[in-house]
Write a protein that binds this ligand. Structure first.
Ligand code: PAF
Length: 273
C-alpha cells in the first residue's frame, strides 16, 4: 500500500494504473462503517484509493474542527489490512489556498435538515468532494447511506456538473443492538449510549408500522416521537429519494430520517423503506 500526500504525485501515480479505480473519501477515525465502504470498493474495483482529510470547510464557526479525532497511524493500518492500494493523506494547504473558488449547495435541498442547522456545511462537503474527485478521477465512489443528505447532494452534484464518476450508496453498519456506527459515538457515555438506541428503535418502528399498513407520515412521526422521548429531537422527516416531503410512505422510494441530541452529541440515522 502506498501513502501519498502530494496531489501531483497521486495524480501521476494513478494515471499509470490502467485499472478501475474505486474511491472512499473519509475524514479518518475509521470504523467498521468505513470498512464496509472499502469492502464494497474492493468488490467492485481493481484499485482502491482512500483519502483521509479532515475538511475544514465543512465545519462551521464554533464547531470543534481541532477536536475532531485524528488517528492517522491506526487508520493507515486499517487501510493496509483492508487491502487498500493508496491512502491519500493531504495537508490543508495541499487542498485549499487563501482565495478559493467554492461550490454552493442547492438552495432547497442543501438548506433543509442538516443544512438548516449547519448552513454552509454542505458547501464545504461538495467543494472538497469535487476537488477529491478531480484529483483521484475515480470510476466509482462509495458513500454511506447513513449520511443520506450528503449522499443525495453529492449525487446531485455529479449529475449537474456532469462529473464522470458513479456514486455507489452503501448500507449503514450497525452495532448488534442497532446503534448506527458513527465517529461521534465515542463521545457517548454508557448511559447515553443506551439512550441513543431509541433512535434506531424509532426507525424500526416506522418499518413495523408499514407491516400494519400504516403509511401516513404524520401517524408514523407521532409513534416515532413517543419512542424517542425524552431525547431532544432535531428533526424527524419522511422524504422521498429526491428529498421531497411526502404525506405518506411510498415503499421503495422513502427515507425516514432522524436527528436527535443524546447528551451533547447530535446523532443522525435513517432507514430506507
Ligand atoms: O462523510 C465524510 O466523512 C465527509 O463528509 C467527506 C465525504 C469525507 C467529505 O469531507
Amino acid at each position: 500500500m502506498k501513502i501519498i500526500s502530494d496531489v501531483n504525485e497521486l495524480k501521476t501515480y494513478l494515471k499509470t494504473q490502467k485499472k478501475t479505480i474505486g474511491f472512499v473519501p473519509t475524514m479518518g477515525a475509521l470504523h467498521d462503517g468505513h470498512l464496509s465502504l472499502i469492502k464494497e470498493a474492493k468488490k467492485g474495483c481493481e484499485f482502491v484509493v482512500v483519502s483521509i482529510f479532515v475538511n475544514p470547510t465543512q465545519f462551521l464557526a464554533g464547531e470543534d474542527l481541532d477536536k475532531y479525532p485524528s488517528r492517522n497511524d491506526a487508520d493507515i493500518k486499517i487501510c493496509s489490512f483492508a487491502g487498500v492500494d493508496v491512502v491519500f493523506l493531504p495537508q490543508r494547504e495541499d487542498i485549499y489556498s487563501s482565495d478559493e473558488v467554492s461550490i454552493k449547495s442547492p438552495n432547497v435541498r442543501g438548506f433543509v435538515l442538516e443544512g438548516a442547522t449547519r448552513p454552509g456545511h454542505f458547501d464545504g462537503v461538495l467543494t472538497v468532494v469535487n476537488k477529491l474527485f478531480n484529483i483521484v478521477n475515480p470510476d466509482y465512489a462509495y458513500f454511506g447511506k447513513k449520511d443520506a443528505q450528503q449522499l443525495n447532494l453529492i449525487s446531485l452534484m455529479v449529475k449537474q456538473l456532469f462529473l464522470d464518476v458513479i456514486i455507489i450508496p452503501v448500507d449503514t453498519v450497525r452495532e448488534s443492538d442497532g446503534l448506527a456506527l458513527s465517529s461521534r459515538n465515542i463521545y457517548l457515555s454508557k448511559e447515553e449510549r443506551l439512550e441513543a438506541l431509541k433512535i434506531s428503535r424509532s426507525l424500526h418502528e416506522a418499518s413495523k408500522m408499514l407491516q400494519k399498513n400504516i403509511y401516513n407520515s404524520k401517524e408514523v412521526k407521532i409513534e416515532m416521537k413517543k419512542i424517542l422521548a425524552p431525547l431532544e429531537i432535531g428533526y424527524i422527516e419522511i422524504l422521498n429519494r429526491d428529498f421531497e416531503m411526502i404525506k405518506s410512505i411510498e415503499v421503495g422510494n422513502t427515507i425516514v430520517l432522524v436527528e436527535a441530541l443524546v447528551g451533547s452529541t447530535r446523532l443522525l440515522d435513517n432507514i430506507w423503506l
